[in-house]
Write a protein that binds this ligand. Structure first.
Ligand code: UDP
Length: 440
């Protein structure tokens, strides 16, 4: 038992309750646990991680008061603002109990590490005199462009897009999903105007976004930044932090496919599609003649009853050439030798996971930071193509073949493999910066 050993220092880690935020936080927690810290994960009831998958951590549920209405509205900004408002008191009570208690489980917290969107933790850390660190789970380019959106909005969107945002276009900027700019403004200001955190841990590589990180350091971040990406690679772990059950049967299907032949299709944990879009995707995949592994997440299609039939028809048509699942073990899929391309919504985790495995992308961004990432993937790093505008099966078929079969796809693949090698090299070199982080 821990208590008979040297007493570990306890870290309180607070993820934002969405899959793309939970994953990097739990990977970071695994890394820090492997390096001698005790870990408490403070989480909402809404989208709670599964404690049984991580027996090495202590889990602390916080009273989030998130209602079914909040969730079904798909108004992410409102949900996030409500969590920041509602969880503070609950976390303060827990901190007071931990500070006052005795025994290993109640040991005193030495640092709070929170997701950038869980900024309420700053006030809690200050109140208890505990240091805090912020984990940024989106790209540095996203941070720069979100701040630029605030300035452009203040100028009524009449100014030119600033030169330092090149090659982003106005349509690539992470504009709020709703017309309610006030909530977006509040989130961005709170998320990036750090006053008390001791440092920022950033899930990016310094060589991947050098000018964006320099801009951030020069303009709005006076505290040290530790870029330690890709976080999922610094702490190899077999335990999954997926909220949905992963269907591993797709791995044995992949085993039977020729090397690099499969296009893996997954649009992340939040994107919503129409039935028509699913139809165009499905028939484009069928007509491309490439093997495909397609994730169709439950609830990801508006009026989803209607898509059962579409999926059944697609499955009947392709037979063994296609595999459709509800949720995949994505990191393993991307690392599988059968996969040669990734049709992605370009969430930041998916982007880093693809680069880490040398897999070129077909980018179909939906909202928020995804358009920024898609633009970098296609125009800055040259490892993908974008599929914009209304989905059309003929276009889908063509673009899949461009990525998977044609010469331009082969070149993108080579560049993606260079990224993979560079990531592997930097992971070896960066052991020292991870060590710095442990001492913070
Ligand atoms: N993911 C997964 N299985 C799937 C689809 C996604 O495990 O079938 C994981 C993926 O590996 C990534 C996360 O879910 O770590 C999605 O995060 P991302 O930032 O790419 O997108 P988001 O879901 O936040 O839009």
């Amino acid at each position: 038992m821990e208590s008979s050993r040297v007493k570990r220092r306890r870290l309180l880690m607070v993820p934002c309750p969405y899959q793309g935020h939970i994953n990097p936080m739990l990977h970071l927690a695994t890394f820090l646990h492997q390096n001698g810290f005790s870990i408490t994960i403070a989480h909402t009831f809404f989208n709670s991680p599964h404690p049984y998958r991580h027996p090495e951590f202590t889990f602390l549920p916080l009273n989030d008061s998130i209602t079914a209405d909040h969730v079904s509205s798909w108004d992410l900004a409102s949900v996030l603002l409500a969590i920041n408002e509602n969880c503070k008191g609950s976390l303060e009570e827990a901190m007071a109990a931990m500070a006052g208690g005795d025994g290993e489980e109640s040991s005193e917290v030495v640092c709070i590490i929170h997701d950038e969107l869980m900024y309420y933790c700053e006030g809690v850390a200050s109140r208890f005199g505990v240091r805090s660190l912020v984990l940024r789970t989106t790209s540095a380019a996203t941070c720069v462009s979100r701040c630029a959106v605030l300035n452009l909005h203040a100028a009524g969107f009449e100014e030119e897009i600033p030169a330092e945002l090149h090659p982003l276009r106005l349509k690539d900027l992470p504009l709020p999903a709703t017309s309610d700019f006030t909530k977006f403004h509040e989130l961005v200001i709170n998320m990036y105007t750090i006053t008390t955190a001791k440092a920022v841990i950033w899930n990016t590589m310094p060589w991947l976004e050098p000018s964006e990180l320099n801009q951030i350091k020069a303009k709005f971040c006076q505290i040290p930044i530790f870029p330690i990406a890709p976080i999922h690679k610094i702490s190899p772990t077999s335990s999954s932090s997926s909220l949905l059950k992963e269907d591993s049967t797709c791995l044995s299907w992949l085993d039977k496919q020729p090397p690099k032949s499969v296009i893996y299709v997954s649009l992340g944990s939040v994107a919503l599609l129409t039935k028509e879009e699913v139809e165009e995707m499905g028939w484009g995949l069928v007509n491309s003649n490439q093997p495909f592994l397609w994730v169709v997440r439950p609830g990801s299609v508006r009026g989803s009853d209607a898509i059962e039939l579409v999926l059944k028809e697609v499955e009947e048509k392709v037979g063994d050439r296609g595999c459709i699942v509800q949720w995949a073990p994505q990191k393993e899929v991307l690392g599988h030798g059968g996969v040669g391309g990734f049709w992605s919504h370009c969430g930041w985790n998916s982007t880093l996971e693809s680069l880490s495995e040398g897999v070129p992308l077909l980018c179909r961004a939906f909202s928020g930071d995804q358009r920024v990432n898609a633009r970098y993937i296609s125009c800055v790093w040259g490892v993908g193509l974008t599929l914009e505008g209304e989905l059309d099966r003929k276009e889908v078929e063509k673009v899949i073949r461009r990525v998977m079969v044609e010469e331009e796809g082969r070149k993108m693949k080579e560049r993606a493999m260079d990224f993979k090698r560079r990531i592997e090299d930097s992971l070896k070199e960066d052991r020292s910066s991870s060590c710095d982080l442990k001492d913070r």
